[in-house]
Design a protein around this ligand. Structure first.
Ligand code: ADP
Length: 259
């Protein structure tokens, strides 16, 4: 991706310690968790040592996506030990802190405390921690920005205006807090018909690119609405770990993020 400043280029001495990459979105359901999981795996395939934190209190889906649904983290000396996954990306999720199916009905301070436990877990030998944030601009995001100072943020949006308007708010939150926004990832960008292979644009076309350009940000990648991505994700086998065209797509996005 031309003109992309990736996280490596952004690392200053002050930021070197905490290598958090926040993945945010304006709305829920735009595929932020799917993108975060596949980005983390693609970065690991590119040779980086990557961990994944699922901080989405409203929909902690990373255990499912990473095929680690039954795992429960243990603590040693009050520090959580990340759970290894078969994709070489250890992970921790808000969802693993409570019994399965239970609501994470936490007030701000509790959610912030839980975020701290996940981020300050025993992430030994990790270069980058990809953090899947809840959608929007709430307590967890503020706590992430103020307490944990991410090295950079990536914003996921679908192409339609209603999603982009909120994605801009999310970008603005990071930009205002001087957290560099690496760029926008457009998800569900066109529908790839599994029967005939044709690409149509139910959610519109070109909006994310235009919005990114307006803000002087790169579009880091464009991921189509693709049945293979949904089925692989639900099965706990993220496409970035496979050999299909989706894997190449996520490899490209990881390269742009790591540049
Ligand atoms: P969010 O984290 O933004 O709430 P998810 O990552 O949980 O969104 O995705 C919502 C649903 O959409 C999931 O069922 C996921 O498998 C599906 N999905 C996400 N991205 C795609 C895509 N590019 N193609 C097909 N399905 C997708």
């Amino acid at each position: 991706v031309p003109g992309v400043t990736g996280v490596r280029a952004l690392l200053t001495a002050e930021r070197r310690e905490r290598r958090l990459i926040a993945v945010g979105s304006g709305k829920g359901g735009v595929g932020k968790s799917t993108i975060a999981a596949n980005l983390a795996i693609a970065m690991a395939r590119a040779g980086a040592r990557v961990g994944l934190v699922d901080a989405d209190i409203y929909g902690p889906s990373q255990p499912r996506l990473m095929g680690a649904e039954d795992a429960r983290p243990v603590a040693e000396d009050k520090q959580l030990i990340p759970i290894p996954t078969r994709y070489g990306v250890p992970m921790l999720s808000m969802g693993q802190l409570v019994a399965p199916g239970k609501a994470l009905a936490w007030r701000g301070p509790m959610a912030s405390g839980a975020l701290g436990q996940l981020v300050d877990a025993r992430w030994e030998g990790i270069d980058w921690l990809v953090v899947d944030l809840p959608p929007g601009t709430g307590d967890v995001q503020l706590s992430m920005i103020q307490k944990h100072r991410p090295a950079a943020a990536v914003i996921v949006s679908t192409p339609q205006d209603v999603a982009l308007i909120d994605a801009v708010r999310a970008m603005d939150l990071f930009a205002t807090a001087q957290v560099p926004v690496l760029g926008l990832i457009e998800n569900m960008a066109g529908y790839l018909c599994p029967a005939c292979g044709a690409l149509s644009h139910p959610f519109g076309h070109g909006g994310a690119e235009a919005e990114a350009a307006r803000r002087g940000l790169p579009l880091l990648g464009r991921v189509p609405l693709d049945l293979a991505i949904r089925t692989a994700s639900d099965a706990g086998t993220p496409p970035a770990a496979g050999e299909g065209p989706e894997a190449a797509l996520f490899a490209g996005i990881a390269a742009a993020v790591l540049a």
